[in-house]
Design a protein around this ligand. Structure first.
Ligand code: SAM
Length: 306
């Protein structure tokens, strides 16, 4: 039972009562644990188990199928980097698509870019949107922006209907390649993304951990190099509550005006006065943008060899 005497969900740690341990076949032999103050929501949608709990040290936590998606304390790192690495690398993105991202955090970050005119989001699970609006208002605030259009459905099916060259930027804010997000890591999906982008358009995808998933990253880089004829780069950052404490991003552009992802050309730094955002940036700045592309040798060797 949990500390409130409630029944522990099946993926709660049986070992240390009152703690959530992120046990998964995607990171065998290790598990990050967070102390649980109170379970706030548990549900099962058509796609996944959804849970929210109040942790003692990271605020509220969103968990999908036993995998931590975000915490109030460190979601800023992931949401800001996956959004501003691509959007600060092209002069004036106007039409942006988010695949996944049902918590609304990436939308909050896209909304900082005042020149953006239209933001589409395709999230497969309405329960994630509803739960995020209820328990993570500072994250779900992204849905309030008038430029946002929410589509509930599978990102692959959505992209199939998108006319060629529609978007300046696509952000694939997906969960891991098990469950509903599996096809968001496969070649046909990347081909649909490339088709939906204008020449010189950019895509940024969640690309796992160099400490845990080099084999997955190899496959993603291989596919991207075959499909995206502009730039193909891998970046990474620190997110304490993700497995191994880091997360990576694939940054690619279609053929057309070359995109130099490593040197942001429109800054949106924390002290940027013309931001009409809901809160100052907590993590992203131009220096950490450039640093994100500096990789350890073991990762650089694999990524450059593809
Ligand atoms: N933004 C979060 C963070 O800060 O790390 C994590 C990612 S977000 C919660 C991942 C979303 O992708 C989930 O809401 C999940 O339902 C959605 N998703 C998974 N597969 C999908 C698919 N095929 N099409 C659209 N959305 C999908």
């Amino acid at each position: 039972t949990d500390i409130n005497g409630g029944k522990l969900p099946n993926f709660m740690s049986p070992v240390i009562p009152g703690w959530f341990s992120e046990i998964s076949s995607m990171w065998p032999g290790e598990a990050h644990s967070l102390k649980v103050e109170k379970i706030l929501f548990q549900g099962k949608s058509d796609y996944q188990n959804v849970m929210v709990f109040q942790s003692s040290s990271y605020g509220k936590v969103l968990v999908l199928d036993g995998v931590i998606q975000l915490t109030e304390r460190d979601e800023c790192a992931y949401q800001e980097m996956i959004t501003h690495l691509p959007l600060c690398s092209i002069p004036n993105p106007k039409k942006v698509l988010v695949i996944g991202g049902g918590d609304g955090g990436v939308l909050r970050e896209v909304a900082r870019h005042s020149l953006v005119e239209k933001i589409d989001i395709c999230e497969i699970d309405k329960m994630v949107v509803d739960v995020s609006k209820q328990f993570f208002p500072e994250v779900a605030v992204g849905f309030d922006d008038p430029r946002v259009a929410l589509h509930i459905g599978d990102g692959v099916a959505f992209l199939r209907d998108v006319p060629t060259g529609t978007y300046d930027a696509i952000i694939v804010d997906s969960s891991d390649p098990i469950g509903p997000a599996q096809e968001l890591f496969e070649k046909p999906f990347f081909e649909l993304v490339a088709k939906a982008l204008r020449p010189g358009g950019v895509v940024s995808t969640q690309a796992e951990s160099i400490w845990l998933h080099m084999h997955i990253i190899e496959g993603i880089v291989d596919n991207c190099r075959q499909i995206f004829k502009g730039s193909v780069e891998y970046a990474w950052t620190s997110v304490p509550t993700y497995p191994s404490g880091v997360i990576g991003f694939m940054l690619c552009s279609t053929e057309g005006p070359p995109v130099d992802f490593k040197h942001p050309l429109n800054s949106i730094d924390a002290n940027d006065s013309n931001q009409k955002s809901v809160r100052p940036l907590k993590f992203y700045n131009s220096e950490i943008h450039e640093a994100a592309f500096c990789l350890p040798s073991f990762a650089r060797r694999v990524i450059d060899s593809k």
